[in-house]
Design a protein around this ligand. Sequence first.
Ligand SMILES: [Zn+2]
Length: 267
Amino acid sequence: MMESFKPFEIVSGNLSSGLLLLCDHARNTVPVEYGSLGLPESEFRRHIAYDIGAEALTRALAARLSVPAVHSCFSRLLIDPNRGEDDPTIIMRLSDGTVIPGNHPLDETEIQSRIKRFHAPYHAAVEQVLDSMIEAGTAPMIFSIHSFTNAWKGMLRPWQAAILWDNDPRLNRFMIDGLRRDGELKIGDNEPYDGALKNDTMYRHATKRGLAHALLEVRQDLISDVSGVESWAERLAPLLEEANAKPDMHVVRCFGSRTDGSAKKES
Ligand SMILES: [Zn+2]
């Protein structure tokens, strides 16, 4: 019998708060029948399996602000919730130099089965919470939390954090400017990746619905322990509260998308 594995978790919070937090790459877990996808266990402690620190930061912010959050409970090595169903990289065969034996070869039935069991229920949960929040009276802002590695292909990254975005400047611009007020911080603006990717999480839930949103990436070593998480929650919470108080952040408005399938993204 199929072991029961919950593909997502909803952290409860005030549905009329006007803010929903998302964490696409919260966990490194896969259901027991997938074993370790043929990889050594050590691979599951790396960024290729999940965003280190992102779930803890999401939970810390949800608690401070009394807002709801949705996070996935499956490793992106199984299937990446931040990719469209038609994106060939939705299930990685190779990630950061590591071949994933459990993902190669992969037939269409298995791809569809992973979409149905993990990817679709996560997105349905996000949609359901957004619907409930709109019903509660306020179109919410969406704040999506990720983390990136200190280095990529041998290059050290200069940013402590970054905001990745497509066209809607409302929360994105506000967060970039807000974080840059701390002169000690170097904040990427659509670096190291372009935040425009068709059918990714922000595209499907925020861009298409016309909800103000931002995607944050924090360098993983800065949120890999409790004190790091607390200090980032302390930095972000007042900015999110200030943004949330602006009426414009709760107007449903479509800014369109720069995506035509050519944008590059590796978050
Ligand atoms: Zn991520």
